[in-house]
Design a protein around this ligand. Structure first.
Ligand code: NAD
Ligand code: 4PL
Length: 246
C-alpha cells in the first residue's frame, strides 16, 4: 500500500524534466496523477508510462479558461482533489538588457499568474474536504540572484510570498501550502539551454559533489504531499546539494 493511495494529484509541467520525475514518484507512491502540461503529446507520453492510473490534460496554466476546464474535468472524472504540484514554468536565459515589458509579462503570466490560477482552483476543490496539499516549485535563484533570469527570479519570489500568505489563509481548511527550491538541475529544459554550461561553476558552490537530477527533487515533493508532512506549512525547502544554506 503506497502512502499516496487513493489520492488524486495534479502536476503541472509534468510532460518533462522535474515535473515528469514528480509524476513518476507520486504514481509510484500510489497516487492517481493528472499530467497537466501545455505540451499535450508529451503529457500523454508521460501519463502512459506511469504506474497505476494516470491521465494527461493539455493546459496553459496562464489561461484562466483552460485552467477552469482542468478543474471541471478533475471534479467530473475523480470527484475530489488531494494534491496540486505547481511545477510548470518557463526557464528563460535572458540578459537584463533584453528583458523588455513583453518578456517580463511572458514570464509572469506563466510562472506567477499560472501558480495563482491553479492554486485558486485547487483551493475551491479542496476547501470542503478538510484536507489538501499544495506544493509550489520555487528556485534557489531567489537567494542567489542568478544572472540572465531577472523576470524568473522575480516570479519565484512572488511564488514564495504566495506560499506563505496562502498557507496562513487556508490552514483552517486543513490545506498545507509549501515550496520546494531546487538548485540548478539537469532537466530536459536546462540541458537544452545555456544554463547547462553552469553545472561546473554551481558544483563549486554546493556542499555536495555532483549534479542535481530531477529524481533528486521529486522525493521531497512526495514527502510534502504525504500525511507525514501534516504539521508543515508555509515553508520553503532547499533541495540543491547545499548550494544555498538558508
Ligand atoms: P522544463 O523546461 O524541463 O519543463 C517545464 C515543463 O513545463 C515543460 O513540460 C513545459 O511544456 C511546461 N510548461 C511551460 N509552460 C507551460 C504553461 N504555460 N502551461 C503548462 N505547462 C507549461 O523545466 P524544469 O527544469 O523541469 O523545471 C520545472 C520546475 O522546476 C520549474 O518551476 C522551474 O522553475 C523549477 N526549477 C528548475 C530548476 C532547474 O535547474 N532545472 C531549478 C530551480 C527550479
Ligand atoms: C542556480 O532555477 O536555480 C540556473 C535555471 N542556476 O533555473 C533555475 C540555478 C537555473 C538555478 C536555476
Amino acid at each position: 500500500m503506497g502512502r499516496l493511495e487513493n489520492r488524486v494529484a495534479i502536476v503541472t509541467g509534468g510532460a518533462q524534466g522535474i515535473g515528469e520525475a514528480i509524476c513518476r514518484r507520486l504514481a509510484d507512491d500510489g497516487a492517481t496523477v493528472v499530467v497537466a502540461d501545455i505540451n499535450g503529446e508529451g503529457s500523454v507520453a508521460v501519463a502512459t508510462g506511469l504506474s497505476g492510473s494516470a491521465v494527461a490534460f493539455q493546459v496553459d496554466v496562464g489561461d484562466a479558461d483552460e485552467v477552469a476546464a482542468l478543474f471541471a474535468m478533475v471534479q467530473e472524472d475523480f470527484g475530489h482533489l488531494d494534491i496540486l504540484v505547481n511545477n510548470a514554468a518557463i526557464v528563460p536565459f535572458t540578459p537584463w538588457e533584453d528583458v523588455d515589458f513583453e518578456e517580463w509579462r511572458r514570464i509572469q503570466r506563466v510562472n506567477l499568474d499560472g501558480v495563482f490560477l491553479m492554486s485558486r482552483g485547487a483551493y475551491e476543490a479542496m476547501k470542503d474536504q478538510g484536507k489538501g496539499r499544495i506544493i509550489n516549485m520555487c528556485s534557489n535563484t531567489v537567494f542567489a540572484g542568478t544572472p540572465n533570469m531577472a523576470a524568473y527570479v522575480a516570479a519565484k519570489g512572488g511564488v514564495l510570498g504566495l506560499t506563505r500568505a496562502m498557507a496562513t489563509e487556508v490552514g483552517g481548511y486543513g490545506i498545507t501550502v509549501n515550496a520546494v527550491s531546487p538548485g540548478l538541475t539537469a532537466s530536459a529544459g536546462v540541458l537544452a539551454s545555456p544554463h547547462q554550461e553552469a553545472f561546473g561553476f554551481v558544483e563549486t558552490l554546493q556542499a555536495l559533489d555532483g549534479r542535481g537530477e530531477p529524481e533528486d527533487i521529486a522525493p521531497t515533493v512526495a514527502f510534502l504531499a504525504s500525511d507525514d508532512a501534516r504539521w508543515i506549512t508555509g515553508q520553503l525547502i532547499n533541495v540543491d546539494g547545499g548550494h544555498i544554506r538558508h
